[in-house]
Structures are given as C-alpha cells and as structure tokens.
Design a binder for this molecule. Structure first.
Ligand code: ADP
Length: 542
C-alpha cells in the first residue's frame, strides 16, 4: 500500500522561491571583481534567476543542456545556480585554477553550450574560446559598458544586458526530481578528470543534511561566508542550504587573502565561515600578526584536506571559534561527515575534546559508511582498525558522467580512496589517501599524523610527508617543510619535536626545507609532484 501524501518533486527552483517568499529581505553581499561591495536580497536574486531562465529559453537551450561557469563566489554566480538548474538545464562549474588546456578538455567533454565568466578570467577565455567546440554563447558577468570591444570572441555579450531584456515573470517548470541539475569534474589526480552529475533530488537531500544541527547547522539567524569556491563541489552545497534556511550570505569574490576575508567577517558580522585549511592559515596569520579578534564568528567549517589539530586549538583557545572538521568529496556532493561533539563528550577536558574534534567526524544522516580490509572484509568500529572507507547514500555517485571509468561501485558501495578508522561512537578519522600511506616494514604510517605534529611546531608554516623507497623498510617518510617567514628551525629541531609524540619508527627519516609546497587547483598539497621532485633524495642510512 502506498502512502497518501503529495508526490511533489524536490527541485532546485523551490529553494530560491522559498527564500524569496520567507526571507525576501535577507541579504546577499558580494565583494565584486570590480572591487566594490554589492548588496542584494533573496527576493531580487529570485527575480534575476527567473530572468536567467527566460534568457536561456530565448537562446533555445533544451532540457539537460550544459551551461558552464568560470566564476568566483558572487551574487551573479548564485543567480546562475538557480536560473540554470531551475529551468531544467545543468550548471557546470569549471575550475579557473586549472591549466587552460584542461578547461578546454572539460568544457568539450561536458559539451557546454553557453559559458559565463567573470572578467578576471577574460585572458583564459581569450586563450580557449576558439577551442571550445560546443560553446556558442560567451557571457561576461558584467554591465554592458564594461564589456571590452575587439576581444575577437564570437558570441560575446554582457550578462546584465542579456538578462536585462527579460521580465522576471516566469513559472519554473516541473519535472522528474532525478533530472540532472549540476555537473562538477573531479580534479583528476589520476588520468583525465571525471564528471560527477548531481540531480535535483540529491542536491535537495544534501542541503537538508548539511543544514542539520549536527552537520553545519544553518539557520535564518546565521550569516555565512563560504570561502570555499562555488566552482569546487558547489561550495559544499552552502548556496542551496542557505536558500533553504534563509541565512544571510557573504561572498568574498576573488579576494581570499587573510586581510580581505577578515574585513568581510567583521564588517558583515559573519557568524560562520567555510573553507580549506590553507585559507584559514592565511587568515590566522593575519589576525595573529595584527593582534585582532573575531567579534561575531562563532564557528568555521574546515575540510577538503585534514585540518591540523594545532589550527583547531588556535581557533578555539585564542579566538573562541569552534572548528567543525568536515570530510567529503566531489563524488559525495560533497558532505559525508562533520565533527560535532556528543552530549557526554561535553564534560571531557579540553585536550580530550580536541582529540575528538581533530577527527573527520560523524556521518550525516543519509551517508552510510563501512571500512574494509584488503580482502573486502568489514572491519570493526573500534577506533583502532583502519581500512578502505566505502560510502553509500542518496547523494553519493552511482556512475560518472558519460560512464567514464565504468562502474565505480563495489557491491553498491563507493570506494572513497581514503583509509580510515571509525570509533565506537561513530567518529571517523582519515589516516590517509590510500595512495599516500607510507608502508614501512609491513606497518602503515599515516602521513596526516606526521604532518599534524610538524604543523604544531612554532616555526612550521606548512608540512607534507611523503614516502620514499627504502631498501630495508620498503618505504620511509620524508618530511617536506615550509618555514614561517623569519623563523629558524633546523632539521634536528624538527625531528626532536617528534619525541614522545609518535612511535620512534614513525619519525621521519629526513627533513627538507622548501620555499613552497605545490598546491592543486582545489588548494590541496600535490604529493604526486612532491614525490617526483624528491625521488632522487637519499635518506640517511638508505
Ligand atoms: P579530488 O578528489 O578531485 O581531489 P575532492 O574535493 O573531491 O577533490 O577531494 C576529496 C578528498 O579530499 C577526500 O577523498 C579526502 O582524501 C580529502 N579530504 C577531504 N576532506 C578531508 C578532511 N577533512 N581530512 C582529510 N582529508 C580530506
């Protein structure tokens, strides 16, 4: 027997209409490419999203057609999220930090018909437009008078002129909630990037999940600043979850340095921010150097790579800000786990709490997890055993776009490529990417553990631990360190710092100092590059 409730599809358009009706004057503030601060509201954003939908109709785009963006976090990008998906097309957020030939490859693979871009990226567009074989319309996110003449780009027009012709009176279409709404390519650390195609249903369920109190906890009392880019897994779903809850949004545009982010946090009274650890490193450095405090920010979501415990401690003890350590991936929309303490853990002493908060956290309802050994046998949740982490759920990938790579699932579970343990309370802890684990004498060394110790050293700005081949032990750890400006620390200082913090055999065999560690397009340390760079390095005793 079926239930007798209304069968209404979960569609992205309903989010912006809900926000417009119930939170019409909640603000969306954006630092623009033009340099100024722009203010709008959900009501206006909804009207302009409808104009986007009408303008796409006028271009003759069909259901399911892909619409690319190359843009920072800002109100126009936000409108496109709803206008493109709400009208039945698929928004494809391209990562402008990728090399231009990859942008071309991805746009062609996705068969983007229209491409929107911020003026910052005009040089990239000039270099790639003639090679993007399916794109017919290039739309610059600017006013008509800011559009430069003689760019040579065919089909170029300004966004404001393009939507300016439309009335904004539009009825969103209704269709199957399983229809695609957004496309995002993985960074392709191995081989060509692969497309992850989200549906309206998966996006709305994910937004519900993200907004839960034990996840990111969003509400109409919040003001949120996503530093995480809207071209990186839909800014972790925050634009959708913000519209669902009516939270005020603050978009930082291209200015992601510590000073600019801090100014926005203060002037807009931001209560919560979200970003990768490298961004928060810049922010912390800025506040420390200028002896500043956060007047309104109470929590910050940090994920994308492991957040060093030293950073969680600094935010908590020096600034009264709770770090919510989160884990996920493009294939998971992306949120899988978020670290929030349970009731009984609130009584623990601060150090014991910190040890929990440094974990990647508990699954959000909707995400199932398991850890398995090399034979696929499930491992216990005892906080000790670690194995390959598998996930499943309604916002987790079933196949890649155009079936690239074949069936990615194992018995219906998606293998994340991460190695993790899970404790009896359900707190998951990533020990490594499976390809980054260091296998020394039959034992595994977690590169993240080794990096976390180094990151607590006062002279260390950034640290990466990689495996080097070793004749006796198979592999041994090498620590690559970037010192803080002006800081002095020798190889011996750093190695001495490990005493008592990890087992003796886990201490790196050597330390090398570099000016910078290569970061990928999503701000993660590129260990493949580091392994290449140091493949000739001889470890002492090797
Ligand atoms: P890509 O896989 O394309 O590099 P993703 O953003 O999808 O980009 O990366 C997902 C991976 O990032 C995860 O599988 C995991 O290895 C890593 N990651 C994400 N969040 C964390 C975290 N909090 N701690 C450790 N690793 C993380």
């Amino acid at each position: 027997m079926f239930g007798l409730m209304q069968d209404q599809p979960l569609l992205v358009s309903s989010l912006i209409e809900f926000a417009a009706r119930h939170h019409h004057d909640a603000e969306i503030v954006s630092r623009r490419v033009e340099g100024d601060l722009h203010r709008t509201t959900y009501a206006q954003a909804a009207r302009r999203s409808r104009q986007v939908a009408q303008a796409l109709d006028r271009l003759g785009l069909g259901r399911g057609d892909r619409v690319g963006t190359l843009a920072w976090n800002g109100y126009r990008h936000f409108e496109l999220y709803f206008g493109v998906s709400g009208s039945g097309r698929v928004i494809h957020t391209l990562n402008p930090r990728l090399p231009p030939d990859q942008v071309v490859w991805i746009a062609n693979h996705a068969e983007d018909r229209v491409l929107f871009f911020d003026m910052t990226f005009l040089p990239i567009i000039k270099a790639v437009w003639s090679k993007c074989t399916t794109v017919r319309h290039w739309i610059a996110l600017c006013e008509a008078d800011a559009l430069p003449a003689d760019t040579g780009i065919e089909g170029l027009q300004s966004y404001e002129a393009w939507i300016g012709r439309e009335s904004g009176r539009y009825d969103w279409p209704s269709f199957d909630e399983r229809s695609a709404c957004a496309l995002c390519y993985t960074s392709g650390t191995t081989g060509n990037p692969k497309g992850v195609l989200y549906s309206h249903r998966s996006t709305l369920l994910h937004a519900y999940g993200v907004a839960l109190p034990d996840a990111v906890s969003l509400s109409a009392r919040d003001c949120i600043l996503p530093v995480v880019p809207m071209f990186h897994v839909n800014a972790w779903g925050i634009p959708y979850a913000a519209a669902m809850t009516g939270a005020k949004l603050v978009f930082p545009g291209p200015a992601l340095d510590g000073k600019s982010v801090y100014e926005l946090l203060e002037s807009e009274r931001v209560t919560m921010a979200a970003g990768v650890p490298t961004v928060w490193l810049m922010l912390l450095n800025h506040v420390r150097e200028h002896k500043l405090k956060f007047s309104h920010m109470r929590r910050t979501v940090i994920g994308g790579s492991a957040c060093p415990p030293a950073m969680i401690r600094a935010f908590r003890d020096d600034y009264g800000v709770t770090v919510l350590h989160a884990w996920g991936m493009t294939e998971m929309s992306p949120v899988g786990t978020v670290c929030n303490l349970k009731l009984a853990q609130r009584e623990l002493d601060p150090d014991a709490q910190l040890a929990i908060m440094a974990k990647q956290g508990r699954a959000v309802f909707g995400v199932e997890m398991r850890i398995v050994d090399s034979e696929g046998k499930e491992l216990p949740w005892d906080g000790q055993a670690s194995g390959d982490l598998h996930v499943k759920g309604p916002w987790i990938i079933s196949r890649y776009f155009k079936d690239e790579g074949g069936d990615p699932l194992i018995d219906g579970w998606f293998p994340t490529g991460d190695v993790a343990s899970i404790d009896p309370d359900g707190f998951m802890q990533i020990t490594d990417r499976s390809k980054d684990v260091i296998k020394s004498g039959g034992e595994w060394i977690s590169s993240i553990d080794i990096e976390n110790v180094a990151m607590a050293h006062p002279a260390v700005a950034m640290a990466a631990c990689i495996a080097l081949p070793h004749p006796k032990w198979d592999e041994r750890p090498l620590l690559v360190v970037v010192r803080k400006p002006g800081a002095e620390a020798s190889r011996e200082d750093i190695l001495g710092f490990y005493e008592g913090k990890v087992a003796k055999w886990q201490v790196p065999d050597d330390v090398v100092f570099v000016d910078a560690i290569p970061l990928g397009a999503t701000g993660k340390m590129q260990k493949v590059k580091l392994r290449e760079q140091f493949k000739g390095h001889r470890l002492p005793g090797a």
